[in-house]
Design a protein around this ligand. Structure first.
Ligand SMILES: *Cc1c(COP(=O)(O)O)cnc(C)c1O
Length: 384
């Protein structure tokens, strides 16, 4: 059976070029970059060259890049690290209700520790309105954290405008850009953020490696005590193969961005149009313009998304109900309820996230399979 992977927002296959670039750092150049002999210094050079590449991909300075274990750690370090280091200036923080759990749960924890958090609502398309940001800002607000692209519906936030608003009031801005990097141009200079998280495994790099951009001068408290690595902000022996993998994946993503974005949006549009023309009562969640090219969230009335997911799995097609992190829980997606779907309707949603390995033949096959599966499931649906 053909395997068709349409869950690239959950994770991606590692590109062969990326795996090749990483391999020597496991078996040959395995030295500890903190050592003074050649094999350690070679590893150190790879670390710093990777830092240069990551910096240039997002228009940052190399000294503003800190390597971490991924998006979750970068978000924790940015948000907790900023809150702890700057709490004398105020204890009020702002975020949105549709953030990834790697942001939301950080804020929940900070609330337990005495910080106050405002969770901004979004409109029916999943967009944060500038006016709600303006209204949420208080004299003691120190940080605003808004994701650049949403992982369930793909909506892109007006981050540049939010950062401009915050900047005027001396408030720092963090963005979880995990789903945006490699899909749309991301320049920290252009957007004007102070902190930005990214991860390798959503852009054809290895799992367990990410980076945090920290604008020079922004104060963060480290979350771990340890050695002097990453200017003591992130102690621990550096994951050189991972870092090389991240830099290689990011270089590929940046070089190929325009071509890939055009390919992905063509495939996505065909998938949407094919499904909508063949099946009644299907709607698209999110914003039709302000969105990344690879994600579409489709709502199928009168069925459970999980039933459709399992039916597709029997045909070798991998898709997701909401985000990978919410599957297995009984709660409807917090993103879908935030854009106004009632819990029952929300359950009829599937997320398709395309990747560079998908082909138009695959998409045609998927459309056929879905049309058939939806008809079958609806026939026996008590929700009808
Ligand atoms: C995947 C994801 C994360 C978590 O990144 P990890 O590298 O898996 O820790 C954070 N935020 C968003 C938006 C994501 O999609």
């Amino acid at each position: 059976m053909k395997e068709i992977y349409l869950d690239n927002a959950a994770t991606t296959a590692v590109l062969p070029e990326v795996a090749d670039a990483m391999r020597p750092y496991y078996t040959e150049i395995y030295g500890n970059p903190s050592t003074l002999y050649s094999i350690g210094q070679k590893a150190k050079r790879a670390l710093e060259e990777s830092r240069n590449e990551v910096a240039s991909a997002i228009e940052a300075e190399p000294k503003e890049i800190y390597f971490t274990s991924g998006g979750t750690e970068s978000n924790n370090l940015a948000i907790k690290g900023f809150a702890y280091a700057n709490s004398k200036q105020g204890k009020h923080l702002v975020t949105s209700v549709i953030e990834h759990h790697a942001v939301l749960n950080v804020f929940h924890e900070l609330e337990k520790q005495g910080f106050e958090v405002t969770y901004l609502p979004v409109d029916q398309y999943g967009l944060v309105e500038l006016e709600t940001v303006r209204k949420a800002i208080r004299h003691d607000t120190i940080l605003i954290s808004i994701m650049l692209a949403n992982n369930e519906i793909g909506t892109i936030q007006p981050l540049k405008e939010i950062a401009a608003l915050a900047g005027k009031r001396g408030i720092a801005v963090h963005s979880d850009a995990v789903q945006a990097v490699g899909k749309i141009p991301v320049s920290v200079k252009e957007i004007g953020v102070d902190l930005l998280s990214l991860t390798a495994h959503k852009i054809y790099g290895p799992k367990g490696t990410g980076a945090l951009f920290k604008r020079d001068g922004v104060k963060l408290a480290p979350l771990f005590e340890g050695g002097h690595q990453e200017k003591i902000l992130r102690p621990g022996t550096e994951n050189i193969p991972g870092v090389v993998g991240l830099a290689t994946a990011l270089r590929f993503a940046t070089n190929e961005l325009d071509t890939e974005a055009a390919n992905l949006s063509t495939l996505r549009d065909r998938l949407e149009n094919g499904i909508i023309s063949r099946i009644d009562h299907v709607t698209i969640n999110g914003h039709l313009q302000h969105r990344v090219p690879n994600i579409t969230s489709l709502n199928f009335a009168f069925l459970e998304g999980e039933a459709l997911l399992l039916a597709l799995d029997t045909k070798g097609i991998a898709v997701s109900t909401a985000s990978a992190c919410s599957s297995g829980s009984d709660e409807p997606s917090h993103v879908l309820t935030a854009i106004g779907l009632d819990p029952v309707t929300a359950r009829g949603t599937l997320r398709f996230s395309l990747g560079i390995n998908n082909t138009s033949e695959e998409i045609e096959y998927v459309i056929d399979v879905i049309a058939e599966a939806v008809e079958q499931i609806r026939q026996f649906s008590p929700m009808r």
